[in-house]
Design a binder for this molecule. Structure first.
Ligand code: ITT
Length: 185
């Protein structure tokens, strides 16, 4: 079975929901790990994955996600976790209401001693107020393009039809099928 390493229950639930619908079983390794500071999610994601290869024996993947806000020149980006835990959504609204923004997810898979990356992006904007209590993190202040509600007002199923994470997962799933990963774990 493929393992997913994340401390974040919501991420696990979104990923489980998508892969389960494709009949891919995953094992949740619930742990947090040190992340380096870097300018992009690709570098952070692969660095975290490399550091975990001596701790986790079975094939696994993890992902790093960031919110990039245009009016803040891309901030918080790779610092999204720190910013969410320190200033939070209220203060982001004060600085960047109505600004264009995007989410980016980069999955890194470690399989047969190699690393593979899959990414997904979701364009949208920062809302003018906090709306919705579904989802997690920045979801209640992010309105995807072509939507009139925040991700925080969407169920997992709705979010999983459009999200950055879903788009990255779709590529991971394509790789799993193409390479018969299920039978080569
Ligand atoms: P792991 O690193 O253990 O997987 P994490 O929550 O620290 O969990 P990230 O570093 O990838 O994960 O997340 C960066 C921040 O962005 C963090 O505060 C999340 O709550 C937030 N975030 C990630 N994905 C999100 C999403 O789909 N919607 C809203 N916020 C999200």
């Amino acid at each position: 079975m493929l393992s997913l390493v994340t401390s974040n229950k919501h991420k696990y639930e979104e990923i489980f929901s998508y892969l389960n619908s494709k009949h891919i079983e995953i094992k949740w390794v619930q742990m947090s790990y040190e992340e380096i500071q870097a300018d992009d999610n690709e570098t952070i994601s692969i660095d975290s994955c490399k550091k975990l290869t001596n701790k986790i024996r079975q094939p696994f993947f993890l992902e790093d996600t960031g919110l990039y806000i245009a009016n803040l020149n891309g901030f918080p980006g790779p610092y999204s976790s720190y910013v969410q835990n320190t200033i939070g959504n209220e203060n982001i609204l004060k600085m960047a209401s109505d600004s264009k923004a995007y989410f980016k997810t980069v999955i890194t898979l470690y399989w047969r001693k190699n690393f593979y990356q899959f990414s997904g992006m979701l364009n949208g904007k920062i809302s003018s107020k906090i709306s919705g209590n579904l989802g997690f993190g920045y979801d209640p202040i992010f309105i995807p393009d072509n939507s009139n509600k925040t991700l925080g007002e969407m169920t997992t199923d709705e979010k999983n039809k459009i999200s950055h994470r879903f788009l990255a997962l779709k590529k991971l799933y394509g790789f799993i099928v193409e390479n018969d990963v299920k039978n080569n774990l």
